[in-house]
Design a protein around this ligand. Structure first.
Ligand code: ZN
Length: 441
């Protein structure tokens, strides 16, 4: 799929970390390569070759909490489970959590994530991301205020921003440009006015992405309105946080006037339908976002609130929600796939490098087998319907990021799945003990 959604039958040539040729020109290009050039070949017959999926909102630090936080309401879920569990992380449990999430994601065709971490252990997150080979924007969750936040997770704004800059200096030049550090203030209720203002200034100064949550749940919206006297979008606009570098997850409760504010600022939103349904948050009106021209991607959110990190599941839910909300004119399946690929990349400011299969772009690729009973008989002829309504992450045959194979027919190249799961079980159990000792019920 290129930027205009062209679907073609043919070959794709990767040289180094980039796409060198597509379609008929690929074979001609190979014929011109110097004698002795060694090429690896992958048979993608019966498959769709796609730009790798962009998961535009995830929390890899929460993969270890899967099944441990089953409340159906955002604020209780955060205060009673997630924050105490995050507070119990140490370096080894964090590494195990990130590896578990990446193991699942790359086997599902994901080549890029936009991750919000927790307040500590961000170096470990970056180190694991670097070794797994995935592309990532990541940043520690910034929190310096709010009800129910464990005291150990509240860090003064100045110190958090110094830390974010240090991480950016360490990782932005690392891993061949695959990693970028963001500023990730968690949400309005856990950040002081000073923190938002400092985040806005630092983002402007260093061009860093601001990744946060916006208008996710009705109870959160009511607390924001009660505490700040205004809704989320005007609050962010007043603090200069909304800009073309802003990525806000959820946006379920943004009304028309707020969406106009978001559009006017050039900010991006991320739809997380699986999380929104499981936490009972509501149904985002993604068609209204797209009709306004707001850049938007799709995300699974965390392993604790979904619980699967599966782009296919999110695409199916996203499509279903727009069909219920806009029966006469729902979003076409192609738009849903775009949100998971090129539009997700644009939402993260990476649209010039990834998100579509075009010569010169980074070779971030996923192959999906559509010759399965799930997608037959017309998986190849109706690719968008197959991807949104038929296929599942188990149909991924190949995942490539920056020209490097990460997953090939059940074979993980940078991770050992059995060891990852065993490690996650051990680290998860130890983390639960630490959380219990610290007073979590
Ligand atoms: Zn989230």
């Amino acid at each position: 799929m290129d930027a205009t959604g062209t679907v073609m039958r043919g070959d794709l040539l990767i040289l180094g970390d980039s796409i060198a040729a597509l379609g008929p020109s690929a074979r001609e290009h190979v014929a011109r390569l110097p004698a002795g050039t060694r090429l690896e070949r992958f048979d993608a017959s019966g498959c769709l070759v796609l730009p790798g999926f962009v998961q535009a909102h995830v929390h890899l630090c929460q993969t270890l909490f899967r099944g441990l936080a089953e409340q159906s309401d955002l604020l209780h879920w955060l205060r009673e489970s997630i924050w105490p569990l995050e507070n119990a992380h140490n370096e080894t449990s964090m590494a195990a959590s990130v590896r578990l999430g990446i193991c699942e994601l790359v086997a599902g065709g994901v080549t890029c994530v936009n991750d919000m971490g927790t307040v500590r252990h961000s170096d470990v997150v970056g180190e694991v991301l670097a070794t797994t080979g995935i592309r990532a924007v990541f940043g520690p969750a910034l929190m310096d205020a709010g009800d129910g936040v464990p005291p150990g997770m509240l860090v003064p704004a100045g110190r958090q921003l110094e830390e974010a800059v240090r991480l950016a200096k360490r990782f932005d030049a690392d891993a061949g440009g695959r990693l970028r550090v963001s500023l990730a203030p968690r949400f309005i209720l856990s950040c002081s006015e000073e923190l938002w203002r400092d985040v806005a200034a630092l983002s402007r100064e260093r061009g860093m992405l601001v990744h946060t949550h916006i208008a996710e749940a009705p109870t959160e919206g009511a607390e924001v309105k009660g505490a700040k006297g205004e809704h989320a979008a005007p609050y962010f606009a007043r603090h200069d946080v909304l800009s073309e570098r802003f990525v806000g997850a959820h946006g379920v409760w943004l009304d028309d006037a707020e969406l106009d504010v978001v559009k006017h600022a050039g900010a991006a939103l991320v739809h997380c339908p699986g999380s929104n349904l499981k936490l009972g948050s509501g149904f985002a009106d993604v068609k209204a976002w797209r009709d306004r021209g707001i850049r938007c991607g799709i995300g699974s959110d965390g392993g604790a609130c979904n619980n699967r990190l599966d782009t296919f599941a999110e695409m199916g839910l996203a499509s279903g929600i727009t069909r219920v909300k806009h029966r006469a004119a729902p979003l076409p399946a192609r738009d849903i796939v775009a949100m998971a690929t090129c539009d997700g990349a644009r939402a993260l400011g990476l649209g010039d490098r990834i998100g579509s299969l075009e010569v010169g772009k980074q070779a971030d690729i996923a192959c999906v087998d559509v010759a399965t009973p799930r997608c037959a008989p017309f998986g190849e002829e109706q690719p968008y319907a197959a991807l949104v309504h038929g296929a599942s992450s188990g149909d991924i045959t190949l995942t490539v990021a920056a020209g490097k194979v990460l997953y090939d027919w059940g074979d993980w190249k940078t991770l050992d799945p059995l060891a990852v799961v065993e490690d996650a079980r051990r680290e998860g159990a130890a983390l639960l003990k630490r959380a219990a000792a610290a007073g979590r019920a």
